[in-house]
Write a protein that binds this ligand. Structure first.
Ligand SMILES: Nc1ncnc2c1ncn2[C@@H]1O[C@H](COP(=O)(O)OP(=O)(O)O)[C@@H](O)[C@H]1O
Ligand SMILES: [Mg+2]
Length: 230
């Protein structure tokens, strides 16, 4: 039994653009233990988002071996990747990515339509309310996103990420559009979720955000050049 969520070995992700290869990820080894809060830092273009897309089964490495929850997932098909994406992983983005015409509740429930099916309307509603309680926004369920502050919108996005009880949350610059007060609230919430057993990977260029993590890795030219757990 592996106690790692992810084990990546010699991963590469290359693109052929304008007659030359771009190596977005260029020989990366990374083990993410269960329950870890990992911060990924590094300058623009260093491969952070490409790594997140690979961890989220939104993109596939060109080369290398990938294990998820102890199983080899190298080269699994589109349907298997979609299943893992929908059921095991929650996503949080810098720009929140909420649908403006839907209520807070319906935004939170959206992943249920891609993930497990067959829940009754009442069960869905109860799960949505429970997710909103975890981010302390149960009283805002009827609002639309434009009636909320930036920090509240990101908390709705985190509730949406929690709705399928994921093992892992991936957050790419989750505080990039927030002021320092809201940044602290979001980070306190992430720390609470990690305390409840969630594994969390956060991309950031903000040292104050990285300071909350258990471990920091720095990327440069598609590789890990610093790892404070190593
Ligand atoms: N779809 C793509 N096609 C070609 N090059 C890409 C693509 N995605 C990313 N890259 C290149 O890979 C490198 C890493 O990009 P990215 O992972 O977005 O970096 P970061 O998130 O650290 O800013 C960059 O040089 C970028 O231009
Ligand atoms: Mg990026």
């Amino acid at each position: 039994m592996s106690s790692a969520v992810f084990q990546l070995s010699d991963i590469r992700r290359s693109y052929y653009v304008g007659n030359e290869w771009v190596h977005a990820i260029n020989g990366l080894d990374l083990t993410i233990p269960d329950g870890q809060f990992l911060a990924v830092i590094g300058s623009s273009g260093s491969g952070k988002s490409t790594l997140m897309h690979i961890l989220g089964f939104m993109d596939t490495p060109t080369e290398g071996k990938m294990e998820f929850e102890g199983s080899d997932v190298t080269g699994i098909g589109r349907r298997s990747r979609a299943h893992l994406r929908a059921n095991r992983i929650g996503f949080v983005f810098q720009s929140f990515n909420l649908l403006p015409r839907l209520s807070v509740m319906d935004n939170v429930l959206l992943p249920l339509f891609y993930g497990r099916s067959g829940m009754s309307r009442a069960d869905r509603r109860a799960a949505g309310m429970a997710a909103l309680e975890r981010v302390d926004l149960q009283h805002r369920w009827q609002h639309t996103p434009n009636q909320l502050s930036g920090g509240e919108r990101q908390r709705v996005a985190i509730a949406r990420a929690l709705i399928n009880s994921p093992r892992l949350i991936l957050a790419d610059e989750p505080t990039g559009n927030l002021d320092s007060r809201n940044r602290e609230k979001i980070m306190d919430l992430f720390v609470k979720l990690v305390g409840e057993g969630i594994t969390l990977v956060v991309v950031t260029h903000d040292d104050a955000v990285a300071a909350y993590a258990h471990r920091r890795i720095r990327m440069q030219d598609g590789r890990i050049v610093e790892d404070d757990a190593a």
